[in-house]
Design a protein around this ligand. Structure first.
Ligand SMILES: [Zn+2]
Length: 486
């Protein structure tokens, strides 16, 4: 430090920037303090340069025109007055540039009221330490802000509004949390279960509107809105980022299970179903829209005054509607009984969530799901430890990296070989339970069990010819089963 009372021109440089605690000293206040220092030394006040609203951190992407101006402005014999060293620059290389410039031009640096002669080793050392510290704080601030932003984004998903299915509950202290809406929650659960059991989306919409289950906007449901609402991953407690599931939510209660969400997505995004739900009349016959014409491959509907199934082209069929239905039902029930009997391969069991899965053959998805839950818990714990200050950001980052790799590994193995709940239910006693199913449910079972082709051949004048209706089982092996259900 030097005490210099000679005549000098003082250049004041002030810029706004927040310190570690988010406090900022206004540029005007800084300039006032600096002017006082200049007056105290009896120097001539030269240019006052302000960089307003720009961070001097090396991570600031904007230019700092004032800083460039400062480098041009400083002349031999000047004093550079700044409020504190870190206000001049937080980038070490800029500091070195400024220091060398001051030393070369014989410019004194005045910071925090102290006067430094940067040709002196001791002043170079003390200001150098300040510059290194300022850069380190800038780095740490940046790291902390980025991390906080990320966690805020992850937690923020719950705060920006979950929509239909939840209500926001406020505690006396002003904090809020999400709870399952007592009306919408059960309505969603019931709708998902029934759609997975073969009910149409259109009938869910009719039901909701009839029962007064309204959209958050107060308007009535339509198929598109209901579909969109039921396909949200947030229903299963999953967080998404730009449409991609990024992880468990944990900040709001799930309404349906992850498996239900997966099954529903597979079902509602099936192009064949979209057409059916797009407003066509509700199917009133077992095989219309399911069985195909053996001539042209088109789906059949009931024609000939309701007497027989036929394609639009009208390839002639002699198989009577009722007899065709009866024949297909017999084959479906037989297929289900065989499938049920084949317990070595297909033993339907319930997993830890009470969902039906294919058992018998060891299913590694169960253990993978347990493992996944443990890994996710560890990730949450690490984040909590970081938030509580027990873990450094660098350590959290390392822990996260390891866990995320293991999680994505386990997720691949955790996809369960789920059996459609309706098949699982009916396979317990196919013949007895068939009668209790609704037409929608029966149609779903048929679709999941067999492929029906109606041929234009058949004996004339005789009764029903079973050979004119080809029923192929698609529940032949585990692979086919899985493919048919997922
Ligand atoms: Zn045809």
């Amino acid at each position: 430090m030097v005490n210099n009372q000679d005549q000098r021109r003082a250049v004041v440089y002030a810029r706004v920037s927040k310190d570690r605690d988010g406090r900022s000293t206004s540029v005007n206040d800084q300039v006032m303090d600096c002017r006082a220092v200049v007056a105290q030394h009896g120097w001539e006040l030269g240019k006052v340069i302000r960089d307003e609203g720009l961070s001097a951190s090396s991570y600031a992407t904007k230019d700092r025109p004032g800083y460039r101006m400062l480098l041009d402005e400083l002349r031999s014999g000047d004093a550079l007055v700044v409020w504190e060293p870190s206000r001049a620059t937080r980038k070490l290389s800029d500091w070195v540039e400024l220091r060398d410039l001051c030393a070369a031009r014989g410019v004194l640096l005045v910071a925090g009221g102290n006067v430094y002669d940067l040709t002196r080793p001791s002043d170079r050392l003390s200001t150098g330490i300040s510059a290194v510290t300022a850069e380190h704080e800038s780095d740490r601030t940046r790291e902390r802000i980025q991390r906080e932003k990320r966690y805020a984004a992850e937690r923020g998903a719950a705060l920006t509004g979950l929509g239909f299915g939840w209500v926001r509950v406020f505690d006396p202290d002003g904090r809020s949390r999400w709870e399952v809406d007592p009306v919408a929650g059960p309505a969603i659960r019931e709708a998902v279960a029934s759609i997975l059991a073969g009910r149409s989306l259109a009938s869910v919409v009719r039901d909701w509107n009839a029962r007064g289950v309204v959209r958050p906007s107060g308007q009535a449901w339509n198929i598109a809105k209901a579909r969109q609402s039921l396909l949200r991953a947030s229903l299963a407690g999953l967080r998404t980022h730009q449409g991609i599931v990024t992880g468990p939510g944990a900040l709001w209660p799930a309404i349906i299970t992850t498996d239900e969400h997966r099954a529903l997505t597979a079902l509602l995004t099936d192009p064949a179903r979209l057409h059916h739900d797009a407003g066509g009349p509700r199917a009133r016959h077992l095989l219309s829209g399911i069985a195909v014409c053996g001539e042209c491959g088109e789906k059949v509907a009931l024609r000939a005054q309701g007497a027989a199934y036929a394609c639009r082209t009208g390839h002639s069929y002699r198989a009577k509607k009722q007899q065709t239905d009866d024949h297909v039902v017999r084959e479906v029930l037989r297929a289900l009984s065989d499938w049920r009997a084949d317990t070595f391969l297909f033993d339907v069991v319930e997993d830890e969530h009470g969902e039906s899965v294919v058992g018998g053959v060891p299913d590694e998805s169960l253990s993978a799901r347990v493992e996944l839950a443990t890994l996710r818990k560890r990730l949450e714990d690490a984040a909590s430890s970081y938030a509580a200050g027990e873990l450094s950001a660098a350590m959290l980052s390392r822990v996260e990296k390891g866990l995320l790799t293991q999680i994505s590994e386990a997720e691949k193995r955790a996809v369960p070989k789920t059996v459609h709940p309706l098949l699982a239910a009916i396979s317990k006693d196919p013949a007895a339970l068939w009668q209790s199913l609704s037409l929608d449910e029966k149609r779903t079972v048929v679709k999941l069990t067999v492929r029906v082709t109606i041929l234009a051949t058949g004996r004339r004048g005789k009764g029903f010819d079973p050979e004119s209706v080809v029923v192929e089982r698609i529940l032949t092996d585990r692979t086919a089963l899985t493919a048919a259900l997922t």
